[in-house]
Design a protein. Structure first.
Length: 99
């Protein structure tokens, strides 16, 4: 099983917009791919961050989902909406193998 966490820092004053975007993009990913993204926020540390977490059967499924999203026009349009909501250059992906 593969666990993927994508995290990003929220721009000052944009927490409400970030939460709305997080829910919107998660719904689109579910519609397009069937993958259920969990939205997470930190309990401590820098509170102006958020993450999406998903599980995949294997790396092949992860890659196939990514390719499917790149072909989804609505998903790509939603990504453009994120401009100004998040701090540039703070997007981080972590890919974990669960035991």
């Amino acid at each position: 099983m593969i666990l993927v966490q994508r995290s990003v820092s929220v721009a000052p004053g944009m927490l409400s917009a970030a939460m709305a975007f997080a829910n919107e993009i998660s719904a689109q990913v579910r519609t397009t791919t069937g993958i259920d993204l969990k939205i997470a926020v930190p309990v401590g540390g820098n509170a102006a961050r958020m993450a999406w977490i998903a599980n995949y059967e294997n790396l092949a499924q992860y890659e196939a989902v990514g390719l499917k999203l790149l072909g989804d026009q609505k998903y790509l349009e939603l990504i453009k909406k994120a401009a100004g909501i998040f701090v540039p250059d703070t997007l981080r992906d972590e890919i974990w193998r669960t035991l």
